[in-house]
Design a protein around this ligand. Sequence first.
Ligand SMILES: Nc1ncnc2c1ncn2[C@@H]1O[C@H](COP(=O)(O)OP(=O)(O)OP(=O)(O)O)[C@@H](O)[C@H]1O
Length: 286
Amino acid sequence: MPISSQPNDAFNSPITLPPVTRSQTPAPTPAQQPTPPSDPQRSAQSDATKLHWQDNAPAEPAPSECILAARQIVKSYSIGNQERRILDEVDFSLRPAECVFLMGPSGSGKTTLLSILGMLLSPNSGQLYFGGLRVDQISPEQRTEIRRKCIGFVFQRLQLINALDALDNVAIPVTLSGTPLSEARTQAADLLCRVGLESHLNALPGSMSPGQCQRVAMARAVIHRPPLVLADEPTAALDGQSGEAVMQLLRELTQERGLSTVVVTHDHRMEKFADRICRLDNGRFQ
Ligand SMILES: Nc1ncnc2c1ncn2[C@@H]1O[C@H](COP(=O)(O)OP(=O)(O)OP(=O)(O)O)[C@@H](O)[C@H]1O
């Protein structure tokens, strides 16, 4: 099920970030984006941990080592007088600059998990950490602020504003956090050129192909350099060739900026773009 919440709701409320303390470190600002450790000893440790982790060992890395960590997440819905468990004590970890794909059968809970990771949906229980901060324990306003500043969303159903051209679809969200429009437009134009749309800066979404619109959506998702990008079936509406080009571009954009990425996809042809694949089945990782 595609995420249906408007990502733009994150841009609506003027909220101040929570006070910064060591035990409640807010998600990193763009200038503080986490990067893989450069110290050789630390790198060796991290590589060892990653190997261990990729070998499906039960241990998850510490939340403080992750850009995003979910622990024992449960999500249920009541249908009539019956409760249906959609996510059943799920653990998930995403390291800085890593790209993880969530795959699994229809109805297995992928979009539900992505929505919880993006703080668009609250779990019934479990812990969610963003940059080491327990974000399930902060106020909704603080979560909105972190989501607005630190997460870029790419949705299956494009959520471009039809009345705005490509340039302003990308630029306007940045102006909501105080960047002057002229500067935002310069940044947006650079990004749109980067994604191959230099001749479509002033095109309206209705006059562009689905693949071109998805490129605009990706530019919009990364323009504020969020440390985390969440994508729900970003290639589902595209044919194989444009889907692959869009996924390739998403990887390049996020790699260039050192952003961490979670992608929900059904498309096995895209697997080559993942650093790691987590397969959900019936609300649990296989
Ligand atoms: N608001 C809701 N109320 C009740 N059930 C829900 C709700 N949202 C999702 N579900 C159910 O939760 C299950 C998991 O849905 P989800 O969209 O996360 O699966 P998915 O793996 O992303 O599926 P797909 O690949 O088809 O998009 C589905 O059975 C769905 O019907």
